[in-house]
Structure formats: structure tokens, C-alpha cells
Design a binder for this molecule. Sequence first.
Ligand code: NAP
Length: 283
Amino acid sequence: MMQFDGNTKVLGIFGDPVAHSLSPKMQNAAIEAAGINAVYVPFHIRPEQLQDAVEAIRAIGLLGVSVTVPHKEAVMPFLDEIDSGAQLIGAVNTVVNRDGRLIGYNTDGLGLLKSLDQELGFNPHGKKTVLFGAGGAARAAIVALAQSGVSHLVVGNRTAEKAERLVRGFSGHFPGTSFSATSLESDLLQSALAETDLLVNTTTIGLHGEAFPVRAIKSLSESASFYDMVYTSGLTPLQSDAQGRGLNFTDGRGMLAGQGEEAFRLWFGVQPPDKIMHSQIAK
Ligand code: NAP
């Protein structure tokens, strides 16, 4: 049982909705295991309350917050400083309060890289990658994968113009990676899938049991790995397909733990005890 006193530091997560979030369970377990006098709580913040809520971080003296849907981009103008990685991604998922100065970071990409290593034993350097989606999670993944030296990155999205815009924006930053953008239905995507080493799903498809709209897993080679950022209590149709084909695959719980560990390190200046966060969100 956690004990609080006059010195207990408070952290939390801003989201709308927020009640479903696994972060309080994960972070509080790590705080307790590390013997830190702090508590992490959910804050249901609606978009019109976001600016006041950010100002309250200073007023109340919160140590920091996680930021989730739909605030990851909207929070940026209210902060004092944005770390260069978060700036490039264009979204913040972690705010640190350093003596009243609010600094925004994005730990999603590091979470993905940690999970690719730990869950799939996958090193992106020099590898071909196909990524589905062009939202905030896709931007974090693209930056992390390109910084890790993937050789090819094909971005497939339902709205092809959004994929094209991302590729145009990022290709100048990462000359070592060859980028292309495509719609989900194109032949280019099917041939990229047949040749790729890694498929990353950053769309929301599967969250509510929806099937992926096009042939995806069946087009991959047997040696390809599949990372699905979506996580549910069971398997999504894409994940069932991957299991049926015996592919090296995982869902997004490892990434959730990895981004949480990195946020913990930013707030407290120490690593959380190993695997505590993973154990809290295991199926
Ligand atoms: P977002 O910005 O809203 O982007 C959603 C993406 O999904 C867009 O590319 C959208 O395509 C696509 N999409 C949605 N419905 C679709 C459909 N029916 N058919 C085809 N494409 C569809 O969301 P986000 O913030 O990037 O998050 C995406 C997912 O990643 C969520 O499930 C989130 O929970 C997960 N995530 C997981 C972690 C983790 O730690 N595991 C971290 C971050 C995010 P259009 O552009 O065509 O609309």
C-alpha cells in the first residue's frame, strides 16, 4: 500500500478519455518498487481545459505529466521548451516540470525501439520497413526508425496525401533512408510488403476487432517481423493472421512500457526497476 505525506510528489496523465489508461498502474508500481515518495494519477482533461490544466502543473507543483490522446499536439504551444526529438515528431507525450519551467518530450519512439529489441530481437539498422498509418504514432515511429538507420521506409496510409506529406517532411532529415509513400490499395505496397524485413502497424485498426482493409500479413515473407502498436485483451485480426503464419510478432504493450520507463527516467533521473512496468500490463 502506497503511503503519502507532506512531501509526496504528484504526477499524472492528461487525456480524454483517460479512465482506460494503464499508465497509473504501471507508473505507481514502478514508483513503489523504486521507493520514491510520489503518486501518479489520471486527470480527465477536455480539450477546452487543456491550457488551464497545463498552467495548473506549475501552480500545483506537479513533477510532470504524461500526455495522451487527443492532447499530444495541442499541448505544445503551452510549454516553455520542446526537446528537439519531440519538435521533429511534432507531438509531446511527456512533460517535465523543472522548477516551474515546463519541458516537452516524446518517448514513444524510444519505447518502440526498446520493444523491437526486447520482444522481437529486431535491430532496424540497414533493414527494409513498411509502416501503416500517418498519424502521431506514425511520426514517432518514422523518426525512431530512421534515426536507427533503416535503409527503406514505405509509409502506407488510407489517406495517401497524409503519407506523402510525412515522407516529404522527413526525407530531408534522414538522407540515409530511402522513403516512399503510398495508399493502402496500391501494387507498390504489396511488392514492398513481400520484400520488407519489418511491418509496423501504427493505425488504430484492430482496436475494436476490425479486420485490416487490405491483404497485409499474407503478403509478408516468412522471415519478416510484425510490430503492432495496437494492444487489446486478446488478439486483433492482424495479430491472429501473424500468429497463424508463425511470424515473429508482438502487440504494443512493450512499447507502452518502454515509453513509460523513459518518462520515469526523465521525471526522477533514475531508471525504473527492470520489467516492473511490463509485469503490470502483461495479459
Ligand atoms: P491518429 O493520429 O488518430 O492516426 C490514426 C491512423 O489510423 C491514421 O493513419 C488513419 O488513417 C488510420 N486509420 C484509422 N482508421 C482507419 C481505417 N478504418 N482504415 C484505415 N486506416 C485507418 O492516432 P495515433 O495517435 O497515431 O495512434 C494510432 C494507434 O497507435 C492507436 O491505436 C494508439 O493506441 C496506438 N499507439 C500505441 C502506443 C503504444 O505505446 N503501444 C503509443 C502511441 C500510439 P487516415 O490518415 O486515413 O485517417
